[in-house]
Design a protein around this ligand. Structure first.
Ligand SMILES: Cc1ncc(C[n+]2csc(CCOP(=O)(O)OP(=O)(O)O)c2C)c(N)n1
Ligand SMILES: CC(=O)[C@@H](O)[C@H](O)COP(=O)(O)O
Ligand SMILES: [Mg+2]
Length: 641
């Protein structure tokens, strides 16, 4: 990589000729395929923004000028050009994050990997520059998918109102989110793409100029001079210009010269301007270019020459859900499904193939998904909205005030619940069981294995007067964990070996195998344990309090924030029942977790069997000690007669 290794920062790009820049783009593509095929990551999106990112860093002066990326999954090229070329440990502990990271570089601003936020950030930064009298530029790169998110339009509405506030918006239009981007906006972008726009007309004029200077020069000057009338004639007013935003494009997003020309014009404009760039997700890597599913949006380790995954995928929580949804769809014709631009990742592709009229892809619009689900339920069908747990955060008000307030029978299926790890802080599904505890009437299930997922999903869709939630982890589904009995509606997973057992261990969802391991470790310390799985963790099962009274201590273990999670709800239920048994809740600490593998993160936060067993052993010993101390020192001596 003779050129790439010479790039230690954006200004090193200034010395390169156009030919060298094209060579650099080739080197970057080779680097990305080689590196990301080893580590996994967002190969497709980054292959699509190579020339765009080079041009951005040539025209703008980061970090003085702020170059912002929506979602941030397409920021690998930005990292390569800003002094970070060690991708050997990408997305693992101690390695580069797969998203912008302020800790890594001053060139990075937005760490949040939730889509559609970049224009909000950009609006704020542009306003701050104005207040502070700074002439720095703000450039926001937003994908066509992210542009379907409501936040983007809230921001655009504000940005368009400030005609003299400089702000460059680059629409990275590759026509895809994972799959092809849906909706009226996508259709409008397609219109703009196919309109032989003014820019293309100019580009042709310039080409003519170069080939026939005598005729070309006056013609080119005429064209350039008559641009307003010409532009209206050639490129009908797009929605962006109707909004009051200057529109530049469509630009070939792989032509560095055209990109630099358009970006330079946008930079000089002095107000909000849209630069519409046409790119190709997965460009330059045949397996991605030919992949109709999602152009290698997010991959695990692959064979670079074929693009085939290194590891065959085992049965995942997602696939169990997807298969059961198809069966449900056959059993009940009122079941419909909703995805927010993630049909494949959430496992609804088979359902969509089987029931093409009963699947809705709403774009990256989780708030709309939830409220339209309330409408669907009120209209007499039962919607199942499958979404990653972390992305439901932004639809909390819709769950509360549209779905729950109106007692709508909507089922939310939360994939990637708990620690996900390598996608960084904003991708962990660690807040749902806290956030949803406060929703009146909502019922929440956390299946421990495939059989329970199928069962609890079926139980959920039977509820037609309240929201139901089924949440499970990322990746391979765990081993079957059979029940050995029931207490109330709770499954007993392990009976104690003593009449008055020491510990009641409340196991939540997929952590059941770990909880049984904890019980085994406690056995070795002479501590007897009952393990129960509530199955439905909200509301707390009424049988739990009386069961707790038969134990010396209650322990809860959940793959959710400790704050306001199941542990908090159980503690409250015990207090409400007047049961005074000590409780120790284990969960995710209320802080943002740095990217690392799930295993590394779980170990770091102490959510492992040995860590928990050690702490429970100490707790029981303290209880013993306290009781012995009570006997020895605090007890009142009987009066001597
Ligand atoms: C709120 C939210 N919902 C869903 C996702 C999952 N997600 C990550 S990237 C992506 C597609 C983004 O498409 P686009 O903005 O066009 O970027 P591209 O990958 O095409 O460059 C989605 C849906 C997310 N990050 N945030
Ligand atoms: C950027 C984004 O939000 C997704 O692409 C995310 O990387 C999902 O990853 P998994 O589907 O591997 O959980
Ligand atoms: Mg896209």
């Amino acid at each position: 990589m003779p050129l790439l290794t010479r790039i230690t920062g954006p200004r090193d790009l200034d010395r390169l000729s156009l030919e060298q820049l094209d060579q650099l783009a080739g080197e970057i593509r080779t680097f990305l395929v080689d590196a990301v095929s080893k580590t996994g990551g967002h190969l497709g999106p980054n292959l699509g923004v190579v020339e765009l990112t080079i041009a951005l860093h040539r025209v703008f002066d980061s970090p003085k000028d702020r170059v912002l990326f929506d979602t941030g999954h397409q920021s690998y090229v930005h990292k390569l050009l800003t002094g970070r070329q060690d991708f050997g440990k990408l997305r693992t502990r101690g390695g580069l994050s797969g998203y912008p990271s302020r800790a890594e570089s001053d060139h990075d601003v937005i760490e949040n990997s939730h889509a559609s936020t970049v224009l909000g950030w950009a609006d704020g930064l542009a306003k701050a520059n104005e207040v502070r009298g700074k002439d720095d530029h703000v450039v926001a790169v937003i994908g066509d998918g992210a542009l379907t998110g409501g936040m983007a339009w809230e921001a655009l509405n504000n940005i368009a109102a400030a005609k003299d506030r400089p702000l460059v918006i680059v629409v990275n239009d590759n026509e895809r989110s994972y799959a092809p981007t849906i909706g009226g906006l996508a259709n409008h972008l397609a219109t703009l793409r196919t309109t032989d726009g003014y820019e293309r007309f100019l580009a042709r004029g310039k080409d003519l100029l170069e080939r026939t200077p005598v005729v070309g020069r006056p013609l080119y000057e005429t064209l350039h001079g008559a641009k307003k009338g010409l532009k209206d004639f050639i490129a009908p007013q797009g929605m962006f210009e109707d909004l009051g935003l200057k529109y530049v494009g469509p630009i070939d997003g792989h032509d560095i010269e055209a990109l630099e020309s358009a970006l330079a014009r946008a930079k000089r404009f002095g107000g909000p301007v849209i630069v519409h760039c046409l790119t190709e997700k997965g460009r330059g890597y045949k397996p991605a270019e030919q992949d109709e599913a999602d152009r290698f949006h997010g991959i695990g380790p692959i064979h670079p020459d074929t693009g085939l995954p290194i590891k065959a995928s085992a049965a995942s929580w997602t696939s169990v859900f997807g298969d059961e949804m198809v069966k449900l769809g056959h059993d009940r014709e009122d079941i419909v499904a909703i995805t927010a631009a993630m049909l494949q990742p959430v496992g609804l592709k088979k359902f969509a193939d089987a029931f093409p009229d009963r699947i809705y892809d709403v774009g990256i619009a989780e708030q709309h998904a939830a409220t339209s689900a309330a409408g669907l339920a009120t209209g007499g069908v039962h919607p199942v909205f499958a979404v990653y747990a972390t992305f439901l955060n932004r639809a909390f008000d819709q769950v509360l005030m549209d779905v729950a307030l109106h007692k709508c029978g909507v089922t939310f299926v939360l994939d990637r619940a708990g620690v996900t790890g390598d996608d960084g802080a904003s991708h962990n599904g660690m807040w749902d069981m806290s956030m949803l505890q406060v929703v009146p009437g909502l019922r929440l299930a956390a299946p421990r294995d495939a059989e329970q997922l199928r069962a609890q999903l079926r139980e959920a869709v039977e509820v037609d007067d309240a929201p139901t939630v089924v949440r499970y982890s990322k990746g391979v589904v765990g081993p079957a964990v059979p029940a050995v009995g029931k207490v109330g509606a709770m499954d007993v997973l392990r009976r104690p070996s003593a009449a008055k057992p020491d510990v009641l261990l409340v196991s939540v969802g997929a952590l059941a195998p770990m909880c049984l391991e904890i019980a085994g470790l406690l056995d070795k310390q002479g501590i007897t344990t009952t393990v129960v799985d509530p199955r439905w963790v909200k509301p707390v099962d009424e049988a739990l309090a009386p069961l707790a009274e038969q134990h010396r201590v209650v322990v809860t273990v959940e793959d959710n924030s400790r704050v306001g999670g199941v542990g908090s709800a159980v503690a409250q239920a015990l207090r409400d029942a007047g049961v005074d048994v000590p409780l120790r809740d284990f969960g995710i600490p209320p802080r943002f977790l740095d990217h690392a593998s799930r295993k590394e993160v779980m170990a770091e936060i102490g959510l492992t069997a040995p860590d928990i067993a050690r702490q429970v052993t100490g707790l029981v010993a303290k209880l013993d000690g306290r009781f012995e101390r009570a006997t020895a020192t605090d007890a009142v001596e009987p009066a001597r007669d």
